[in-house]
Design a protein around this ligand. Structure first.
Ligand code: COA
Ligand code: ZN
Length: 312
């Protein structure tokens, strides 16, 4: 496979917190983001500059940006749906704008109340604002590996949208598996179609573990040479405007896998486990992450800690 380094984006403060019924306190979010920066994440999605009516959980995006300890080694990114969001992002001194649409018309309508074409036209306005302010733009495609309303997504549409992104000067495309419909061969086909049409556009993969094959999909991406992934602490996450949207692939589980494969991420796994445990305390319910509970594989226990099976 020959991959020695992978860039992992933590999307918890955006994808994770948007999916929680409880709205976390701004100061707690800031503290978590500061911890993520110290843990070594090169990129964090910190919030969304969307309508607070759509996602009230992220209504404090400006306060988050002004409250966190900026670091030259961590890019702070956020979702932006329209020109209004782009102006808010500029004002908040955001490092990177992430625009998003869904490959399927029906999910795009649910999520941003417009057609895919209307989204693309709107991205032109966002790109202008970003360009004038020297802010790079990343383009997400949600429901890239399947839509809960429309089923399979054609790889041609992924390639066509990616080409539009490239022509608008975006730095790369992120393929989002909104409701966990990706499987390893579906991932490989999507990557191939985009590379064939837009060979020089970077691809990032964003999986949800809805059907338990999230890390298998990462393996598929790695075998295709993809070195950019997105994940969420504790395996939280999900889009409120898609049925059965469950958590992202879990950051600790992903980092554990990558490190065990000899792939560097620059992220301190112990610090990340502590962050996931802290978030679990803040949201007040069990998170699906596994490494945050089991720890490293060579963690050793005292034999006195477990009973001995004697007799029946
Ligand atoms: N920031 C803050 N407020 C915004 C906004 C933005 N970027 N864009 C729109 N609004 C406000 C408008 O001012 C308006 O408020 P009002 O009712 O008080 O006048 C309201 O939101 C609706 O605006 P409108 O332009 O008519 O948009 P819409 O109702 O068609 O909704 C979106 C479109 C894109 C703004 C909305 O669907 C949205 O924010 N979606 C985000 C979904 C999301 O983040 N999903 C999770 C990620 S996968
Ligand atoms: Zn997601």
């Amino acid at each position: 496979m020959n991959i020695t380094n992978v860039k992992v984006t933590e999307v918890g403060p955006r994808d994770g917190f948007q999916s929680e019924k409880t709205i976390l306190k701004t100061e707690d979010k800031i503290s978590i983001i500061n911890d993520l920066i110290v843990a070594g994440f090169p990129r964090i999605e910190v919030s969304s500059f969307v309508s607070p009516k759509a996602i009230p959980q992220l209504a404090d995006a400006e306060m988050i940006l002004s409250g966190v300890n900026r670091s030259s080694t961590t890019t702070l990114a956020a979702l932006v749906p329209n020109a209004r969001g782009a102006l808010r992002a500029v004002e908040a001194n955001l490092d990177e704008i992430v625009v998003f649409l869904s490959a399927s018309e029906s999910h795009n309508k649910k999520n941003v109340n417009r057609s895919v074409n209307e989204s693309l036209v709107g991205f032109g306005e966002i790109a202008d604002i970003a360009g004038k302010n020297n802010i790079p733009v990343q383009g997400d495609i949600a429901t890239a590996f399947g839509c809960p309303f429309e089923g399979n997504i054609s790889t041609k549409s992924l390639a066509d949208i990616s080409k539009e992104y490239k022509s608008m000067g975006f730095k790369g495309v992120t393929l989002g598996d909104t409701t966990g419909m990706a499987t390893p061969p579906v991932v490989a086909d999507a990557i191939k179609a985009i590379r064939d049409k837009v060979p020089d556009l970077g691809i990032t993969l964003h999986f949800h573990n809805t059907r338990g094959v999230g890390l298998a999909n990462v393996m598929s991406g790695l075998y295709q040479g993809i070195t950019d992934y997105e994940s969420c602490f504790g395996g939280m996450g999900g889009c409120p405007f898609a049925p059965n949207a469950t958590g992202n692939i879990c950051s600790e589980d992903l980092i554990y896998l990558l490190h065990e494969m000899g792939i560097e991420t620059g992220i301190d796994l112990d610090k990340l486990i502590s962050i996931a445990q802290k978030v679990e305390g803040l949201v007040g319910h069990k998170l699906p992450g596994q490494v945050m509970r089991a720890g490293h594989r060579l963690l050793s226990y005292s034999m006195d800690d477990v009973p001995t099976a004697i007799g029946a």
